[in-house]
Ligand binder design. Structure first.
Ligand SMILES: C=Cc1c2[nH]c(c1C)Cc1[nH]c(c(CCC(=O)O)c1C)Cc1[nH]c(c(C)c1CCC(=O)O)Cc1[nH]c(c(C)c1C=C)C2
Length: 608
């Protein structure tokens, strides 16, 4: 096991200055072999810029060191620190250390995207810093919703039939759900002209209003802080959308899947087959298999700090913080579009060093062979400039309108630490609050409460209770002023007292406004992404690629996966030989789904 794990480490380490071993030619896997091939054939240094130093930007630079080891890589980050929304703060409470997370905190195991993160963790030697939460732990089995005025435990698959039935039949939250689920296979299927609809509409058609309003809206608060009546079913619930599309109903689809295997995205299946052989020997594979989520001893920042240290150690990587990037242009790419010839054009932009705000330096003009933007789409859109005969055009954002993509949810995160242990009468992950809860039970417009000290054990030295209240999201859309940290803390305390009961005075609190932190993939989002792909290709000819939550999913694993994907073929030797990329090519066509057992596409059994 140890030998395999060391092999993996050598495998994934860049040959560029980091690894004590030369690149390994005995590797069976074509991907890893490719990553260690020599650099650009013309011998020119290949200059790559990564815009943004959040988790996607750092991971992109990380994967570039593996896949384009001879390139010079510069990461430009506008703020003083890298890490983006990932920020863990160690607080001192009466001599104890308590970790407050202001963004994501636990990561799910089990997906293909999680395997990408797992490969990075292994390579970064983070095994000792990981805290696994077993699938049997209370926080894995107990998830609650608050409806309409009390906590309701969501039935767990291994609960007894009697327990599940009594909850489903007696709780107002589940009223009528059983009947709706039973008749789902006979409900009308969507007509072929319906190209997308909201999650709310889609699921109301299939499983009825109660489940949609009381359960699904709560889950979507926990992921998107969003409104199910606006989020896109086709983009967010891809396999459910496909189940209905192929089989006419979930019920009929599931019975087909029992026989032929669950539906898996063909791209995921391919990546899984690449990563699995290596991760099987990973030192913490067993822990990954037996746990539902994992976290880090010092918080999730441990991961971004490790990435930062790794990148700082790579001689071909430069991390630049406090840097403002603007006026992105590319001329050569237009020739590509018009004549079909890939020219040697570069992407040009201005970089302003903002370190000393009183003495702003003149912007520096930078030319790069490839730029990978991991910035939010709206930020990228504001950076475009266009060249005219008289110089740079003033109309920023206009040349590529579809890049703006839509709106983002703002979340107020309020962390609490109480000296007393077990102040919540139940144990579990926490609770989510559905959209259907009456205003008087949730005037603060909270989205959910996390029982951090149950969800992750062993992170703090104290034995008190740690909770996080999240408020806002779609409820606060369009607000131009938000509650102050003091006001937000008071609102969160009021909410906890109303929902949980007797709550002591907290020993430590912290309120952080995460403005525009979660993109909202609204109905029609897939069409917008397709046109963003086409426009990026048209104006930048493959020299500007994009990755990150604006396009590739809002979870941390989605970000590491996007980083992995966007760095494919980034080593510069495909110049003029392969298809130029944008990072959005996977959205050109609808995804292909395969049955996991047969690896065949489902036979469409529906009829209109
Ligand atoms: C700033 C807060 C965030 C909210 N959602 C996300 C963030 C970063 C993104 C997100 N949250 C979850 C997922 C799905 C699964 C995953 O990739 O981990 C995503 C993409 C689920 C989730 N939601 C909360 C937690 C602690 C988790 C992860 C662990 C788990 O599923 O067991 C809590 C939570 N997140 C948000 C709210 C409003 C909320 C409420 C309690 C918004």
């Amino acid at each position: 096991m140890l030998q395999r794990s060391n092999a993996l480490r050598c495998l994934t380490r860049a040959s560029y200055g980091r690894s004590s071993k030369p690149f390994l030619t005995h590797l069976h896997n074509p991907w890893f072999r490719r990553s260690y091939s020599p650099g650009p054939s013309d011998g020119q240094p290949y200059e790559i810029a990564v815009l943004g130093g959040g988790i996607t930007g750092l991971s992109t630079a990380y994967w570039l060191t593996k896949k384009a080891p001879k390139a010079n890589i510069t990461v430009y980050e506008a703020s003083k620190r890298v890490g983006g929304w990932v920020q863990s703060l160690e607080m001192d409470v009466d001599g104890d250390t308590v970790v407050f997370e202001t963004g994501p905190r636990t990561l799910r195991t089990g997906s293909v995207n999680a395997m990408v993160t797992q490969a990075m963790l292994e390579d970064l030697d983070l095994a000792d810093d990981i805290i696994f939460t077993s699938k049997d732990a209370a926080s894995s089995r107990n998830r609650y919703i608050y409806y309409p005025d009390h906590l309701v435990r969501i039935p767990f698959p291994v609960d007894g039939l009697l327990d599940t039935l009594s909850t489903v039949l007696l709780e107002p939250a589940f009223e009528g759900i059983l009947w709706q689920v039973l008749k789902e296979p006979w409900k009308w299927t969507r007509p072929s002209h319906l190209l997308d609809e909201s999650v709310g509409e889609f699921l109301t058609r299939r499983i009825g209003k109660t489940a949609t309003n009381n359960l699904v809206s709560a889950v979507f608060h926990g992921i998107y802080a969003g409104d199910i009546w606006q989020l896109s079913a086709k983009s967010i619930m891809r396999s459910a959308w496909e189940l209905e599309g192929s089989f006419g109903s979930f019920g009929r689809g599931l019975s087909e899947c029992l026989e032929h295997g669950a539906l898996v995205d063909a791209r995921d299946a391919e990546l899984k087959s690449v990563l699995e052989p290596f991760l099987d020997g990973s030192q913490f594979m067993d822990d990954f298999k037996s746990s539902s989520v994992f976290a880090f001893k010092g918080g999730l920042s441990r991961l971004t700090e490790a990435l930062e240290t790794y990148l700082e150690d790579c001689p071909n990587v430069t991390l630049m913080t406090n840097c403002h990037v603007d006026d992105l242009t590319c001329e050569g790419a237009l020739d590509l579009h018009n004549s079909g010839v890939l020219t040697d054009g570069k992407v040009r932009f201005n970089v302003t060093d903002m370190t000393d705000e009183r003495r702003l330096r003149a912007p520096q003009v930078v030319d790069k062979d490839l730029v990978i933007s991991t910035l939010p789409s709206r930020v990228l859109a504001s950076m475009f400039a266009w060249k005219t005969e008289s110089g740079i055009s003033p109309y920023r954002g206009r040349p590529i309108p579809s890049i703006e993509m839509g709106d983002w949810a703002t979340v107020m995160v309020v962390n609490f630490y109480f000296r007393e242990s077990n102040i919540v009468p139940v144990k579990g992950f926490g609770y989510l609050i559905p959209q259907s809860v009456p205003f008087e039970n949730n005037p603060e417009r909270a989205l959910g409460v996390i029982f951090d000290s149950d969800a992750v054990t062993g992170q703090d030295t104290g034995s008190g209770t740690k909770l996080t209240v999240m408020m806002g999201g779609h409820y606060w859309a369009g607000w131009d002023k938000y509650p102050s940290p003091e006001h937000a803390t008071q609102m969160a305390m009021d909410l906890l007292k109303r929902h949980i009961g007797d709550i002591p005075e907290p020993a430590k609190t912290m309120a952080t406004l995460q403005e525009n932190c979660i993109p909202q993939y609204r109905v029609g989002w897939d069409t917008a992404t397709k046109s963003a792909h086409e426009q990026l290709l048209h104006y930048f000819g493959g020299r500007l690629r994009v990755a990150g939550p604006s396009w590739h999913g809002v979870g941390l694993h989605d970000c590491t996966r996007a980083a992995y994907d966007v760095t494919e073929g980034a080593d510069g030797w495909h110049r003029g030989k392969s298809e130029p990329r944008t990072g959005l090519e996977m959205f050109k066509e609808d995804p292909v789904f395969l049955h996991s057992k047969t690896m065949q596409q489902p036979k469409k059994t529906r009829f209109y």
